[in-house]
Design a protein around this ligand. Structure first.
Ligand code: NAP
Length: 282
């Protein structure tokens, strides 16, 4: 068994995945940083070199929707290192669209990436973590895993599913020393927003009855991205949570996360929905 602690991170070509790999490497983890397209590794390599942790990071190909690739990556870790201390289920996509206009292909793409991908990869690592009676599984959810915003039904559904899955799994695995932790970010400045807006533009429906409210939602989203927080802050927080012996289950972090989650928990639903709809009219 390797003497070094091993971490596996998904979706490391940009954003949280990239910076979390760096922060874990800085804390002396050996990081298997995975991405679906190895042509996109330049940024990770450059940041790793800048931080002098390149030799702590190995980059592997993994598309979390690829059912054949998942066991290969996990078996490789098992055979080479004999241990896995941390899994960060980070890979994800986002796009908006009113429910009536979201195609079945888009539902499948969202659920396969943000939910089923996590289920399959997690299931693959559980035997190893259960046997070693130790491990942390960090699932990157969202404020949208607690609050369903209009125009983001598919994204919210995928993150609500992730939350329910994580709650059950946490209770199943605590007796085996394996901790499941949810990170619930608000808005952070990553590529996901531009990718989401590009996708919406590409799938745009001509003569949509929802054009006006959906445009307002998009304008609201674009405005949020301008003020969003630096993803490196979240990555540092994740690395600290990984290292800590006293962790919680849920971490709402970043702009808007606590307000939305507590607002929903404490306010009468009628008030809460009125506030959300008013925000979107501005
Ligand atoms: N940024 C925010 O404000 C925010 C807020 C709440 C939650 N989140 C969550 O944070 C996570 C990371 O997103 P981010 O904000 O860091 O955005 P990002 O920079 O776009 O990173 C997403 C990563 O996931 C990868 N990915 C997408 N589909 C994949 C697949 N099928 N297999 C493997 N990798 C895949 C992307 O790869 P490609 O480069 O190939 O697309 C990219 O590396 C996501 O789960 C997202 O839902 C983000």
């Amino acid at each position: 068994m390797s003497a070094k602690k091993i971490a596996l991170v998904t979706g490391t070509s940009s954003g949280f995945g990239l910076y979390t790999s760096i922060e874990l490497a800085k804390k002396h983890y050996f990081v298997i940083a995975t991405m679906r397209d190895l042509h996109k590794q330049n940024q990770l390599v450059a940041v790793a070199e800048e931080n002098k942790v390149r030799d702590q990071i190995e980059i592997l190909e993994l598309d979390v929707t690829n059912k054949q690739q998942i066991p290969k990556v996990v078996n490789d870790i098992y055979e080479r290192f004999g241990r896995l201390d941390v899994l960060v289920n980070n890979a994800g996509i986002s796009f908006g669209g009113y429910v009536e206009e979201t195609s079945v292909e888009d539902w499948e793409l969202m659920m396969n990436t943000n939910f089923l991908g996590v289920v399959l990869l997690t299931t693959a690592v559980l035997p190893l973590m259960r046997e070693q009676r130790n491990g942390k599984i960090i699932n990157i959810s969202s404020v949208s895993g607690s609050v369903g915003f209009p125009g983001y039904g598919a994204y919210s559904a995928s993150k609500f599913a992730l939350e329910g899955f994580s709650e059950s799994l946490r209770l199943e695995m605590l007796p085996y020393g394996v901790e499941v932790i949810l990170i619930e970010p608000g808005a952070y400045q990553t590529a996901i927003w531009d990718k989401s807006i590009d996708y919406i533009e590409y799938r745009k429906k001509e003569n949509s009855p929802y054009q006006k409210p959906f445009s307002a939602i998009l304008a609201f989203s674009k405005n949020i991205t301008k003020k969003a927080t630096d993803p490196q802050q979240l990555a540092k927080k994740i690395a600290n949570i990984v290292e800590s012996n006293r962790t919680k289950f849920r971490y709402p972090l970043g702009k808007g996360a606590l307000v939305a989650i507590w607002g929903k928990a404490l306010l009468p639903w009628k008030w809460f929905e009125r506030i959300i709809l008013q925000q979107l009219k501005k």
